[in-house]
Ligand binder design. Structure first.
Ligand SMILES: [Zn+2]
Length: 346
């Protein structure tokens, strides 16, 4: 009897049945994103400068917006992934956790020697019993270099927030504190040198971290900070979408020489020196992201990664002259905690 059957609700009668998307093809859901202000100025007064996706790990289907603060020039993501998304945007196969030296072969050996020379230079004026803290030490790459090539009396410690990285470093016999440095009970005025190598760009609160680093350093102690250069030619060429340094969405802030100086100021440090060493990495990943975005075949996309010796060699030769004229792809800053304690930074 037709009257016994209720007509379907209107929305069901006009909407086609949902299409079953196979699990493997369904895009990952969006991240929880939160609005941000410039961490150096404390206000939101910025222009859009780049839009992109997580080209490398595809941890979400989100589009991310990089903006440039009108007041100080800091580049930052707005909005940024919320704290609870860290486990997702840093998957288990993230290169810093899942690093297999044998896969990187020649590039790894060259990088290790180069980094050992660089790290020893940062430490050349330290006493024989110096205390060194690596903030964001990852799997302990630089601590292991200092242990192997540095003075035997040096005391080496690391800090990292990721349990997987900490487990790797501890397995190698290193002393690593697990957690956010701002919440760890580290002693004040204790360390001679702090290292922050390719970590500040990953931090959601770099000013808070640096103020804590300042607290734990001895008066006159230094921090050596290495980060991507958002004032370099590779940035200006690829800034609209594919720049490797964006590393969407894992680099919430990106610095230039002038914004690094401002970071030192607001954190209570004196800037001693800022230089621009060469690096092939952002050049290679900018090309990689562009090819990936344009749908190039995988074999070609994969020619432009850290694992590719020809790409690393070619872009090193390319960036070397740029670094000599102060436009290299990365920044290295030395900040000093004032020898005479002044109020306001800690
Ligand atoms: Zn600003």
């Amino acid at each position: 009897m037709p009257s016994a059957v209720a007509p379907p609700p209107r929305e069901l009668s006009t909407t086609p049945p949902p299409v079953e998307v196979p699990r493997a093809l369904a895009p990952p859901p969006g991240l929880h994103l939160v609005p941000k202000v410039c961490c150096l100025c404390g206000v939101e007064d910025a222009d859009p400068i780049g839009v992109g996706e997580d080209f490398e790990y595809r941890t979400s289907s989100d589009t991310f917006l990089a903006v440039r603060c009108r007041r100080c020039g800091l580049i930052y993501l707005n909005p940024q992934p919320a704290d609870e998304e860290m486990g997702r945007i840093y998957p288990d196969h993230y290169h810093a956790f899942d690093f297999k030296p044998e896969e990187f072969g020649f590039v790894y050996r060259v990088r290790r020697r180069l980094e050992a020379r660089r790290a020893l230079k940062w430490c050349h004026d330290l006493p024989a019993d110096a205390r060194i803290l690596d903030v964001g030490c990852g799997d302990g790459f630089h601590l292991r270099l200092l242990k192997e090539f540095g003075k035997p009396g040096w005391s080496l410690e690391g800090v990292d927030t990721d349990p997987r990285a900490v487990a790797h470093a501890r397995a190698a016999g290193l002393t690593v504190h697990h957690g956010n440095i701002q919440e760890l009970p580290l002693p004040a005025d204790h360390y001679h040198l702090a290292l922050m190598v390719m970590t500040v760009e990953h931090m959601t609160d770099p000013v808070g971290v640096l103020r804590t680093v300042r607290r734990v350093l001895k008066p006159g102690g230094k921090v050596v900070l290495v980060t991507d250069n958002a004032g370099s030619p590779d940035f200006w060429l690829f800034r609209g979408r594919h720049w490797g340094g964006y590393h969407f969405p894992r680099h919430p802030q990106l610095f230039t020489k002038s914004t690094l100086r401002k970071l030192a100021d607001v954190s209570g440090f004196e800037t001693e020196r800022i230089v621009t060493p060469f690096s092939p990495v952002n050049w290679a990943y900018s090309v990689r992201n562009l090819l990936d975005d344009w749908g190039a075949p995988r074999w070609l996309v994969n020619r432009f990664t850290l694992k590719s010796t020809p790409a690393m060699a070619a872009f090193t030769l390319f960036d070397l002259p740029l670094s000599l004229v102060g436009c290299g792809a990365i920044l290295r800053a030395t900040f000093r905690k004032p020898a005479e304690e002044t109020r306001g930074g800690a």
